[in-house]
Design a protein around this ligand. Structure first.
Ligand code: ASP
Length: 342
């Protein structure tokens, strides 16, 4: 059987660090990966490495997402799967953005990283990397990728990337997907949940990169005490076209007249407002309480159970396509690649 070929794309982050002779943490040379980890040879996979400029993921930008999407597109026909090594801090944002940018994706794009640098004995990076490679190269009996979507592998769990959030700065299981079951659980064996894994409409359609992202988007998190002045000022930031409004519980917000009027005014100026819950799990259901119903009545869009990471990157991508008004609202409320449950 032909060996799978996997492209590892290194973008930076903790996983790429090792100690030099002086004990200082320095970037690791992934080109020598097979010497460093002879275990990868046992995977029976051909591995190539593409190094982007290594950055701490706190410095990631939408332009960088475009660059990464094009690296995948340029190498798409040559490889069976992709493993993206990324800093954990913004991994869910990048991976969510990529899920919306890579249209007709029919091959695995598996994000991973680590909480402890690769060069430290107790690193979680080694297992994350090796299992991510194994998942990216796994095929069914017809030779088709088992996970043909953008996913995130971390500490024994494979998640749909656009369902994840980094929930712990400390735990090795740093990511969660509260609203969707894992695509796979890893123990002695890798147990895939084929019902949850997204299958492409066609395996032959050419990959298309939608790299026009509009960054005229802000996230506003509600809290008791948010003043009228601050809220109105945020909604009046010059050029803003989209707002992810992090509300309470099932999508609830104050019913004070000044609050509703500020939102109504923003919507009248053409700003798209998406209601996302600031709870870690569960869904927005604006009809349940009066405090949510008011938002629905004035035209706030329901974000259902999307993460903030998915909502903000999806909004950037749809605004980037030039969509607005009812068409944009309808697309925000429908899943593009499994990011929400209606
Ligand atoms: N600050 C690092 C980053 O996100 C943390 C990590 O890689 O885990 O790039």
């Amino acid at each position: 059987m032909k060996k799978a070929s996997i492209l590892i794309i290194y973008t930076g982050g903790t996983i790429g660090m090792r100690r030099n002779e002086n004990g200082t943490l320095v970037p690791f040379d992934f080109n020598t990966i097979e010497q460093e980890f002879p275990a990868v040879r046992n995977l029976n996979v051909d591995i190539s490495v593409y190094k982007m400029e290594a950055i701490d993921s706190s410095n990631v930008t939408p332009a960088r997402w475009g660059e990464l999407a094009h690296v995948i597109a340029d190498n798409y026909t040559e490889y069976d799967g992709f493993v993206v090594l990324h800093g954990t801090d913004t991994m869910s944002y990048t991976a969510s953005a990529l899920s919306f940018m890579l249209e007709n994706l029919a091959k695995p794009v598996i994000f991973t990283g680590s909480q402890i640098p690769m060069g430290i004995l107790r690193t979680d990076g080694r297992e994350n990397l090796i299992t991510a490679i194994e998942i990216a190269s796994a095929t069914d009996s017809d030779g088709r990728a088992l996970v043909p979507e953008v996913a995130l592998y971390f500490q024994n769990h494979l998640f749909r990337a656009n369902r994840t959030s980094k929930h712990s700065a400390e735990a090795l299981s740093a990511f969660e997907s509260r609203n969707l079951a894992p695509l796979a659980e890893v123990g002695v064996n890798i147990k895939y949940d084929h019902k949850v894994i997204h299958k492409p409409a066609s395996y032959d359609a050419p990959l298309r990169v939608s790299d026009k992202l509009n960054d005229k988007v802000v996230i506003i998190k509600l809290f008791p005490g948010l003043s009228k002045e601050s809220f109105k000022a945020m909604l009046s930031i010059e050029g803003v076209q989209g707002v992810v409004l992090e509300t309470y519980g099932t999508g609830n917000a104050p019913t004070a007249e000044w609050f509703i009027e500020a939102l109504r005014g923003a919507i009248a100026r053409g700003i798209t407002i998406v209601n996302i819950t600031q709870c870690q799990g569960g869904t927005v259901a604006m009809h349940l309480y009066e405090t949510g119903k008011r938002l629905q009545e004035i035209g706030v869009i329901c974000g259902y159970d999307m993460t903030t990471e998915a909502a903000v990157t999806k909004l950037m991508r749809l605004l980037g396509e030039g969509l607005s008004g009812a068409v944009l609202a309808a697309k925000m409320e429908q899943p593009i690649c499994g990011e929400l449950t209606i």
